[in-house]
Every structure is written in C-alpha cells, then in structure tokens.
Design a protein around this ligand. Structure first.
Ligand code: TRP
Ligand code: ZN
Length: 879
C-alpha cells in the first residue's frame, strides 16, 4: 500500500485539456448504471501542445472509449486506480466513453448513490470522477446536457441541473428526461436525482420581472414539512436582490431532500440537494433551533448561486473564497431577519468554542491551506467560519457601501470564471484604495491571535492610554508568525455616567465609538480629554477572530454587563464574569477545597431576572451559562471532571438562590399562542426553557412538575425536547423512562425525530451512559451507514458528553475508535470527521493523553482511506 501523496498550492497549473461542453446519458439501475459521456475537449490555450491527456476516474468500469468516433485500441489508452491516460490526442476532439458504476454499493455517498431507494449525487469536491472520466477540477467549466433514463415506477421523477428540454417514453417500462444547463459550470456542481418523489411548488418574480418556478422535492410523507424551507428560500432570494443586487438566473430552482447525506446541503446549479435534516421542519417534529438552521442553510446554498457558482474557485485551496463569503452572507441574512445581536452571540460562542479548538490543535490550518492530502478534510470551521470572519473584517474596514461596490466589481469582473482569493481581495482594495497586503496574512497564517490589552488613566492629564499587543502562537508547520492587521472596535464607558465617552485620538475627534487598526506587535493609543476614569469596552461585536485579554475586575464586568452600549459586549461581560467564578471553582474542585459561589454572579443574575427588558432573545443568551466545551477552550489544561462539577455547581447555586425568580420567569413566558417559528416566540420559549433548566438542576418539585407536564405538550418539539432532555438528564428516571419510551413509540416512523431521541439519551451525564450508547448502537433504527444517525448518536456522545467520553478507563475513546475503524471502510468522509475529539489529546492530562494516543495508534495500524490517514498523521505528528 503506497502512502497517499499531498497536493500543493504552489504546483498549480491550468489543465492540459479542458472540456467546453458535456453530454451525459445515465441509464439508471441500482447495481449497474451505465453512464455514456460525449465530451467536447480542447487543449488549454495556456498549456503547450502535444501533452498527454489525463482525466480523473474512480471505481469506473470502462466499456467503450472513442476519440472523434474512432474506438481506441487497448494500447492507445491506459486506465489505473485514479484515472484515464491517452498519450496522444488532437488539439480539439470529441471524447466518447461508456462506463458502468454501482450506485447501490456506494456507502461513501460520493458520486452517484442510492438513498432510501432514490438515486442522488454528491460531486463536491471530487465525486464526479466516480461518475465518469473527467477533468474533475473546478477550473474546467462546461455547459451540460444530461439525459436521465429510468424505470417509470421506480423513478417516476428524473431531475438534473438547468431546464428540462425533452422527455418521453421508452420500451420496457422506462422513460427519459433531457436537461440542459446553459451556464458553464465545474463538474462539482453537477447533480442528478431520480426516484419516487413529490413536490411542493411556488413562484418567485425576480427584480427584473422574470418568473421563477420554485420546487421542493421530498418523499410523499414529508410534503407537510416544506413550508418553512420554501418561505426561507423566497426571503433569501429577495434579500440577495436587495442587499447584493444578485438575481436568480434560471427558470426554475429545485431543492431535494435526501436522507443519507454527508454534510448539510449542496449548492448544485439549479438543483440544490439537501440533507433532509437541513430542509424538513414541522412544529411537532423540529425545534426552534432546527427551524433557524434550515433558514440559514437554505439561504446559504441559494447564495452560492453567485458566490460559488457564477464565480467559482480556481482550485480547492481557494475553497474559502466561496465558503467564507457565503457563510458571511448567510449570517448577515439571518441577522437581518431575526435578532442581529443574538445571531452574533450565537455565531461567536460557537466560533470561540469550535474554531478556536481547531486552531489550537494538531489539525490547525490557514484559511487558505498550502497543501492537503484529502481535500474533503478541509471543509472545516477554519475555512467556513474563520473565512466568514475575514470577510466580515473587510466589510468593516471598507464600510458597507464600499464593500458592496467591491462585491459588485468582483461579480462583474469574474462572472463565469474560476478565480482566487487574491482576485476577491484585489476588488476590495481597488474600490477602497486601501492597502490590504498585510491583511492578506489572515489567509495564510493559522492559529488564533492573542491580544493583550492594558489601560491606564492619567487623572492629571485627562488621558487614557490603551496599550494593545498581539501575538499568534505557533501552529503545525508554522513556527514563526507575523503581526496581522486587526480591527479592534471599541468604546470607553464613563464610570459615572455609564455612557460611551467622546473619543479623541491624536487630536482627531472620533465620535463615541471607533475602530483601532492594530498592525504592529505593540501599539499604544492615547485618548485625550477623558475627564473620568473609563472602563474600556474592547473588540465590540467580536470585530476580529482573536482572543482578547484584559485584566477586568469583577466590578468592572458587572458594570459593563449593565452599561455597555454594545449588546454583544454586554453579553460577553456576563460570560467573562461567570468565567472568573468558574475558574475559581475549577481550582477549588482540583484542590479538594470547598466550593463557594461568587455572590457578584448571583447579583448579576438577579438583576437580569428582575429588570424589565424588551429584548427577550438577548436575555435568554445572557442567562445561558457557557458550555463545558467553551469553558474548556479557556483553560490551559482541560480537566473535564472539574469543569463539569464547577458548571453544575454554578447552575445549582443560581437555582437555589434565585428559585422564585426563575419560577416567575418561566411563568411569565408561557403562552397559548399557536406555534410559529417567529423571533419573538422563539425568544420567549428560550427564556422559559432556560429558566426551567435551572429549576431542574436542583430537581425542584415545582420544576419537575412543570417539566413533566411540558413533555406532553402536543404543540411543538421545542418545548417537548427541552423538557424531555431535562428529565432524562436528571435523576428522576421514574418520570424520564416512561416519557422516553412513549416518545420513541410515537415517533418511530420519523428518522429525524428518532435522531433527537438518540441524542437526548447519549448526552446524559450519568455514569452508566456508555452502556446506553452501546445498546442504542444495536437499536434497529440505528445504522452506521446513515451519517445523521452517526452524528446524533456517536458524534453527540463524543462532543457533548465530555465527562463520559473522557472516562479514565478509556472506554469512551475505545468506542469512538471502533466506530472510526468501521466507518473508514464504509464512509471515509464521515470517519475523518467523527475522529476529531480524539485528535485533541494534547489538551488533556497525561493519563488521558496516553489513552487517546493509543487509540489513534490502533487506528493507524489499519488499512486507511486517505481521509482518515491524513487526520491520524496530523494528530500524531507531534506525539
Ligand atoms: N458546498 C457545500 C456547502 O457549502 C458543502 C458540501 C456539501 C460538501 N456536501 C459535501 C463538502 C460533501 C464536502 C463533501 O454547503
Ligand atoms: Zn457552502
């Protein structure tokens, strides 16, 4: 077995031959589908003449091959594990191939596969090579004409990209549809779906008055779960017109829901394919969080039509060009139609938990990596989320109007092309006149920068001196780091007034809030005319993806929690205050000292619970304790047991001290209104359920009764799931077990609900949970072949049940490693993702490190897919 080889950005060359038009015919059968391709091939003008032709191909059985109609002799071409070589071809020619593939045996879910009896495709990033021999790289863009032939009863619906142009009956109970996609596209945007599907249809009139047909295709039993996705789609289409001036460009836009899918969804041109979990909602089956996630994903895939499809990536190193920009766009959309501060709080708490962890671990990589073994491993939080933060910084550096001009220039200049991240940033530099060369380091330098801030007030001179220094820690392969261009949005809050003070810097008056441009390793800013000691409010709105350290006292944090004009920083002050208390409690737990609750935290919570506020959504965020994973990212060394104990202690102390207030809060936020996924209602339910969670943490009699009643609420899954989770995670198995059983029986027919049922059980903190995990893995409704089930059961256990996954006998690690080894054969993409918690061994104590490394070594001894091989190599590189 030869070791998989790395691909390097510096080796990029245009392809020797490109395809301008692609004609495909699929003769569908589950175990033997025939794919006939006619490719219009020509030499790339930038490459020399006479080069051999090399097209990718994976698991294809070649039946026939011809150049310009002449069948090739066996010595005129060669097929190996990775593709097809023809040593000599004309400058321009037609390549005809016929291959046979086996969709039913495709458990990797890349290329053409069968899911719940329906044919579907996933081609990004390199799945098309499992369909036919092709230059399967994003810089080859062709128009497509696709004929799909299938059985009339098994596959009454036959879909592909673009517009249907012809259809008809065929002998033997078969039929066909031909689709034409006039927009040149790379192969990764190709899609085909065939099966027993039904549709919900709607219309949209674009800003220039064109009529677009919108369709959502699902299995018949899910027809009542498409309303929210359709409404979200129409809102996203309008938003992209109004915000970015982007209009849809085909006569129809289709979404298909598929049960077996490796990721959330895929932006195939005109035919988005969605994980059913990312599109189907119903008040009784989906939580508020699921409704909001569907809204965001529908928008994300739709927005790709411009940021990704019309303008695509030159090579896969540029992945963040489309993903970072598109995540930024979907985040802005969700912020605009819901609560902007809450959207920011949610995105940042997720980012600081998960992306910070990635950036601090062995798989840390730049937003534009310079090499990879398996590109599927780079669909990461760094490429997506940190990429979005970089675009957000550009938007703030330029201001919205100018940023929009840069975006317009980018789309106009590069429409129909495959381009690079420089091309995007150059447009931003051109319209603004800014020098963004230092800023570009954000794309090449991995790791989370740390900013240390120190403030000093000079009474005599009425000056406030703010000293900022930056440092980025070394990451694998990058020992030395250079200073970045970091926008630090800030204000100075007057200690007496509680208001933002007027800012003057170097004689220039800057209003009440400003953005400092930190470019050097250390910079000092002198604010003049400051007539009282201020409390600094720094990095407002999380204006840059960095750690910010400032030695705030608890009094200062309590003050900011009430007075900061920036909602995000007000929330952040609360988190920091709670973190200080948690740090003490973690230390107390480790030292075996009695835990004492900080009364300032209790006071802060009392104020939150008793002060009238209109913004319930922000209130819910403020009342929510940082997660164990978030707390872990703030610690030098992770002690899972101490973190868990400290967090439980804080929760119970607050519940005990403020029991009546939580009860009143719960009561005040109940409602009989019929369910709607509206921001106000969602906020109300969150406040209510957060309050109940506190009460349940001390198993308060009244709280238990409320939870028990709520489990039977027929109206919506948000309340049911919240209550069931609290009960199952409590010691009241007398109530929890019958409720779980009833829930399981009621929803056995609905896989998305049963996935929630799995998650609720495997995340319970009790020590016997590992037996439950194993028992559920043997449940008839569980399957390792379905990624959603793997995520709901194994993924949730490893990532959310930290005390039990990190058990000191290593059983949690062993279980995950066993799953990785099995998935490595079935679905390498999922295997390489699910392994993540094991790769973070450096963060734990020596005993756990040894156990985790031993499991990684055990995996390494297997015959591995390139996906898992690369992850294990990176994880063990420093061992
Ligand atoms: N481009 C898709 C998105 O942004 C990501 C994606 C969907 C994907 N399916 C995949 C990536 C399979 C890798 C493999 O939303
Ligand atoms: Zn995307």
């Amino acid at each position: 077995m030869s070791e998989p080889q790395a691909t390097h950005l510096k080796d990029y060359l245009p392809p020797a031959y490109r395809v301008t038009h692609t004609e495909l015919k699929f003769d569908l059968a589950p175990s033997a589908t025939t794919v006939t391709a006619r490719l219009h091939v020509e030499r790339h003008p930038e490459r020399e003449a006479g080069l051999p032709l090399r097209f990718a191909g994976d698991k294809l059985s070649l039946v026939r091959i011809a150049v310009d109609g002449q069948t090739l002799e066996a010595d005129e071409y060669e097929v190996d594990d990775e593709g097809l070589t023809i040593p000599s071809v004309p400058e321009r020619f037609l390549l005809d191939t016929e291959v046979s593939i086996d969709p039913a045996a495709n458990t990797a879910l890349e290329g053409l596969y069968v899911s719940s009896g329906m044919f579907c495709t996933q081609c990004e990033p390199q799945g098309f090579r499992r369909i036919t021999f092709y230059p399967d790289r994003p810089d080859v863009m062709a128009t497509f004409s696709t004929t799909v032939v299938g059985d009339k009863t098994e596959a009454p619906v036959l879909l592909s990209n673009g517009n249907p142009v012809e259809s008809g009956e065929l002998p033997g109970g078969r039929h066909f549809v031909t689709w034409e996609d006039p927009h040149p596209k790379p192969s990764y945007l190709f899609a085909l779906v065939a099966g027993k599907l039904e549709k919900v249809e709607d219309r949209f009139t674009t800003m220039s008055g064109r009529d677009v047909t919108l369709q959502i295709w699902v299995e018949p039993e899910n027809l009542d779960k498409t309303d929210h996705a359709m409404a979200s789609l129409k809102r996203a289409m309008r938003w992209d017109e109004e915000t970015y001036g982007r209009e849809y460009d085909l006569d129809r836009f289709m979404i298909v829901a598929v049960n077996d899918f490796n990721m959330g969804a895929m932006e195939n041109k005109g035919l988005n394919i969605f994980n059913s979990a990312a599109v189907l909602t119903h008040p009784q089956t989906a939580t508020d969080a699921a409704f909001q996630s569907v809204e965001g994903i529908v928008a994300h895939e739709y927005f790709h039509n411009w940021s990704g499809n019309r303008v695509t990536c030159r090579d896969w190193f540029q992945l963040s060009l489309k993903e970072g920009f598109t995540v930024f766009r979907d985040q802005s959309f969700s912020a605009d139609i819901n609560s902007a501060p809450v959207k920011r709080i949610e995105d940042v708490s997720f980012f600081r938990t998960a992306q910070f962890a990635e950036d601090a671990g062995p798989t840390a990589h730049p937003v534009r990596p310079d090499h990879y073994i398996e590109i599927s491993n780079f669909y990461t939080l760094t490429i997506y989320e940190k990429g979005a933060e970089i675009v957000r910084m550009l938007r703030h550096l330029l201001g919205w109007e100018t940023f929009r001009q840069g975006s317009d220039l980018y789309f106009a200049r590069f429409d129909g092309q495959a381009v690079t991240i420089e091309d995007f940033v150059d447009c931003m530099a051109e319209v603004s006149g800014l020098d963004l060369s230092q800023f570009m380091r954000w794309y090449s330098q991995a790791g989370t920068p740390e900013i240390d801030a120190h403030g000093e007030y000079d009474y005599a001179k009425c000056e406030y001196h703010l000293r900022l220094s930056q440092r980025t820690p070394p990451t694998p392969g990058q020992a030395e780091k250079q200073p970045l261009h970091i926008p630090v949005r800030m204000g100075l809050v007057g200690t007496k007034s509680g208001n933002d003070m007027a800012l003057t810097l170097d004689g220039e008056s800057l209003g009440h809030e400003t953005v400092l441009h930190l470019r050097d390793t250390e910079q000092t800013y002198v604010f003049t005319g400051i007539d009282e000691a201020p409390t600094p409010s720094l990095l407002r709105g999380f204006s840059a993806p960095v750690y910010l350290r400032y030695p705030y006292s608890r009094e200062e944090l309590s003050f900011l929690l009430t007075h900061d004009a920036d909602d995000f920083n007000r929330w952040d002050a609360g988190q920091r205050l709670t973190m200080l208390a948690l740090d003490d409690l973690i230390a107390a737990h480790r030292n075996g000292v009695e835990k004492v609750m900080d009364s300032r935290v209790i006071d802060a919570y009392r104020r939150l619970l008793t002060t009238e506020t209109d913004d319930k959504a922000v209130l819910a965020e403020m009342l929510t304790l940082p997660s164990e994973a978030y707390i872990a990212e703030q610690q030098p060394m992770v002690d899972v047991d101490a973190i868990h104990a400290a967090r439980v202690f804080v929760k119970q102390s607050l519940a005990t001290a403020l029991r009546d207030e939580f009860l009143a809060m719960h009561e005040a936020h109940r409602s009989d209104e019929p369910y709607a996924p509206e921001p106000d209602q969602i906020a109300r339910r969150r406040v209510k359920n957060v309050a109940l969670e506190y009460l349940m943490s001390i198993e308060d009699e009244e709280g238990v009764a409320l939870a028990e009643a709520q489990v039977d609420a027929e109206d919506n899954m948000t309340d049911v799931r919240a209550a069931l989770t609290m009960l199952v995670h409590s010691s009241r198995s007398d109530i929890a077990e019958p409720a779980l059983k009833a829930f399981g029986e009621k929803w056995a027919h609905d896989p998305l609900v049963m996935n929630q049922w799995f998650t609720i059980q495997v995340t319970r903190p009790q020590e016997d949970v590992l037996e439950r995990v194993k028992y559920l893995m043997a449940h008839p409704l569980f399957s390792l072949k379905n990624p959603n089930k793997v995520r709901a059961l194994i993924g949730a256990f490893a990532a959310q049940n930290r005390v039990n996954f990190h058990r000191l006998d290593g059983e949690g690690y062993r279980l995950l490693a066993d799953v990785v080894i099995e998935l490595n054969r079935l679905n390498p993409e999922i295997a390489a993702r699910i392994i993540t918690p094991l790769t973070r061994w450096q963060r734990f104590d020596e005993q756990r490190q040894a156990l985790m490394k031993a499991e990684l070594e055990r995996i390494r001894a297997e015959e591995l897919s390139p996906n898992v091989f690369e992850m294990v190599e990176r994880a063990l590189a420093e061992a």
